[in-house]
Design a protein around this ligand. Structure first.
Ligand code: CA
Ligand code: CA
Ligand code: CA
Length: 293
């Protein structure tokens, strides 16, 4: 254990004990006055301000009035400058050591032996400057270090400010959290043109429709069309996170797709929903458009 403080001032011996000389017992003067005998003189140090003082930042607690103090670090905690940090940004770390007499000592970042960083920390310098990696969602970072032989840690939140900047999924046009949700981290099958489930849509298409890119039965399609009386109903399996529009044409050979009035940009329902054309003047072919809001 590193000795934090070692101050013993029981008195100043102005003259050492000589040979086998004997000294008379000398009562300590509580007033702090000098005392002396034939062989020595001492300036007593008793009294002064007594109590505990503290400061909030950097956290410090001092105990005053002790003639001497020996203390070892009993606990250590890492203190980040801020509780939240944007991904890719840096901030200083410091610490506070709680000594075995319950006093607290502010510890600078360069006094800490920092543990190698783990995600989402990209780096912690010897001076204690922490740099956050890019993340795919808000992620708690834990910084760990050792001071005076005592290990401690502290945490802060790394904010996800970019949706397409994480690891190998960066810059491919698909939201990183969606890719991680479906494929885990670092999966080469997660790219926008991949189609690992071998259904009619690649991953980019499955993202747009909010379908499962790892389930060959999950892809966007018209589930049913009903034509009761004069009303045409077109059914799709919908997502509440997407918008749907009904379009029609009379000719598939040379299609001229037109939106159906009142049936555009409708929210999904997280289940089957219908889009309706009432009293169409003639028979039509229909298709449904799905978009990310
Ligand atoms: Ca990000
Ligand atoms: Ca991406
Ligand atoms: Ca697919």
């Amino acid at each position: 254990m590193k000795r934090i403080a070692a101050i013993w001032i029981a008195g100043l011996l102005a003259a050492g004990l000589a040979g086998a000389a004997t000294t008379a017992l000398q009562a300590v003067d509580a007033g702090g006055a000098p005392a002396s005998s034939a062989n020595y003189a001492a300036d007593q140090s008793v009294g002064g301000a007594v109590g505990i003082s503290s400061a909030a930042a950097p956290e410090t607690v001092a105990r005053h009035g002790y003639v001497g103090q020996l203390a070892d670090a009993a606990a250590f905690a890492v203190v980040p400058e801020a509780d939240e940090l944007d991904e890719g940004a840096s901030q200083p770390l410091a610490g506070v050591a709680t000594l075995d007499d319950d006093t607290a000592l502010a510890v600078a970042g360069d006094e800490v032996n920092w543990t190698p960083p783990v995600f989402p920390l990209a780096d912690v310098s010897t001076a204690g400057v922490a740099t956050a990696a890019n993340v795919y969602e808000d992620t708690v970072a834990v910084a760990t270090g050792t001071y005076a032989g005592v290990a401690g840690s502290g945490s802060f939140l790394v904010r996800n400010v970019g949706t397409d900047d994480f690891d190998v999924y960066a810059g491919d046009g698909l939201p990183d959290d969606w890719q991680v949700d479906h494929f885990g981290i670092g999966n080469p099958d997660a790219g926008p043109t991949n189609n690992v489930d071998e259904d009619p849509f690649d991953n980019a298409g499955e993202w747009i429709a909010d379908t499962d890119p790892t389930d060959g039965d999950s892809y966007f399609r018209i589930e049913a069309v009903s034509n009761r009386a004069a009303t045409a109903e077109v059914w799709v399996d919908s997502s509440a996170e997407r918008r749907y529009s009904l379009e029609r044409t009379t000719n598939l050979a040379v299609p001229d797709w037109q939106p159906v009035a009142g049936q555009t940009n409708l929210p999904g329902l997280d289940g089957m929903r219908s889009l309706v054309e009432t009293n169409p003047a003639e028979s039509h072919h229909y298709r449904v458009d799905v978009q990310v809001p």
